[in-house]
Design a protein around this ligand. Structure first.
Ligand SMILES: NC(=O)c1ccc[n+]([C@@H]2O[C@H](COP(=O)([O-])OP(=O)(O)OC[C@H]3O[C@@H](n4cnc5c(N)ncnc54)[C@H](OP(=O)(O)O)[C@@H]3O)[C@@H](O)[C@H]2O)c1
Length: 353
């Protein structure tokens, strides 16, 4: 394959994952761009893959399954969307390296040690990572997530070298099929109406739309680009308040009373409200939404307005869209009785609110 891939040329792409959210959207975009796509996963997700996609069923933790996968290659490029255990990622990367020209690893903003306490760019310090680490549990652990992803990045680099490796570190990803349920919680909460506990209207926010992330990834793959990119909209383009107002517009709240009660962040913290989960996407830290993304924007990242992401996610839910069932979904959203109790206290202490 030449560098870069001539426009219109079919790229044979292997997607490790590909059926839940980011991977699934990527697969759709790749098919729409005419590429030849192979998807490798355990086949547990009920949704059918798009027509024309080759599905190879297997567990990436199984050496025998991975060996069978190799018989389906070679590929111009592989995209690892599902990797979170360094030793597992390392084993598949080593095996695929002779049969794959280019490798993309989807990492995360959590790889940065200073996030969410200071702004981060691609050169900011990372957590210590261990490319051979294989923790005893596969249970989701928010504190382990960042260091594990750094270990995965290192394992990929060992197998592919810097020249053939692209690493994307997205900020929070939203859009149709989002299974963590952050934006969905706000949409359904606002749809329920009434007095709604809301924090930090003026805080900047920069979640990336899953479709913009997928397109950026594919364009980089088509260029056989290497290196590291943060992926998010530019800072300062939208606020938490813009997002919640967009939710209200999307669900059409003119039909019933809805009042946003903007509550002081430190007050919420002092009452023990859990950041990031009880009030999804809210974090009372110095720089949760200060990801510098100049490199990606210079390379061609285009981000749709957050209002579009919100409206399309609601439209998808209204059409009966359901994300894949995921253990993290139930973590999100404040209990209704607790929300009303906190509102009552806040309004008693701050009658002018
Ligand atoms: N969501 C966010 O806000 C956010 C932010 C930053 C970065 N990220 C990163 O983005 C990626 C999210 O991707 P996604 O979950 O949406 O990707 P996805 O590729 O759509 O879904 C995960 C895939 O992995 C497969 N899978 C899981 N365990 C497997 C195993 N042992 N062997 C083979 N296949 C396996 C699943 O299918 P089966 O169950 O059928 O095997 C599924 O197809 C992650 O790497 C995450 O770290 C996410």
């Amino acid at each position: 394959m030449q560098l870069p891939v001539p426009r219109g040329e079919v790229v044979r792409i292997l997607v490790l994952g590909g059926s839940w959210f980011v991977g699934r959207t990527l697969v759709e975009s790749a098919v729409a761009r005419g590429h030849d796509v192979t998807v490798y996963n355990r086949g547990r997700s009920p949704a059918a893959l798009p027509d024309g996609v080759r599905h190879v069923k297997g567990d990436r933790e199984s050496a025998a399954d991975l060996k069978s996968l190799l018989q389906e290659g070679p590929w111009d490029a592989a995209v690892d969307v599902s990797g979170s255990v360094p030793a597992v990622v390392g084993r598949s990367a080593e095996l695929l390296a002779p049969a794959t020209g280019h490798y993309t690893f989807v990492s995360t903003i959590s790889a940065y040690r200073d996030w969410p306490h200071a702004p981060v760019d691609e050169d900011s310090p990372l957590w210590d990572g261990y490319p051979d680490l294989d923790p005893v549990t596969r249970q989701w652990d928010p504190d382990a997530y960042g260091p594990l992803k750094v270990g995965c990045e290192m394992a990929c680099e060992r197998a592919f070298g810097k020249e053939r490796l692209l690493i994307l570190r997205p900020h929070v990803v939203l859009g149709p099929r989002e299974y963590v349920g952050r934006l969905q919680w706000w949409l359904t909460r606002i749809h329920r109406g009434g007095d709604i506990l809301v924090p930090a209207p003026d805080r900047g926010i920069q979640p990336v739309d899953v479709r913009d992330l997928s397109l950026f990834l594919l364009e980089r793959v088509e260029n056989l680009d290497n290196g590291v990119y943060n992926v998010a909209p530019k800072m300062g383009e939208a606020t938490f308040g813009d997002m919640l107002n967009a939710c209200a517009d999307a669900v059409g709240v003119t039909n019933w009373p809805i009042i946003f009660v903007w509550v002081d962040e430190d007050w919420l913290t002092s009452r023990g409200v859990t950041e990031w989960t009880e009030l999804p996407l809210w974090r009372n830290a110095a720089a949760p939404w200060s990801m510098r993304t100049d490199r990606a924007h210079a390379a061609g990242l285009r981000c749709r307005p957050l209002t579009r992401t919100v409206a399309d996610t609601w439209a998808w839910l209204r059409r009966g869209g359901r994300p894949v069932e995921h253990e993290r979904f139930s973590e999100h959203g404040i209990n209704p009785a607790r929300e009303q109790m906190l509102l009552k206290r806040w309004l008693t202490e701050h009658p002018q609110s």
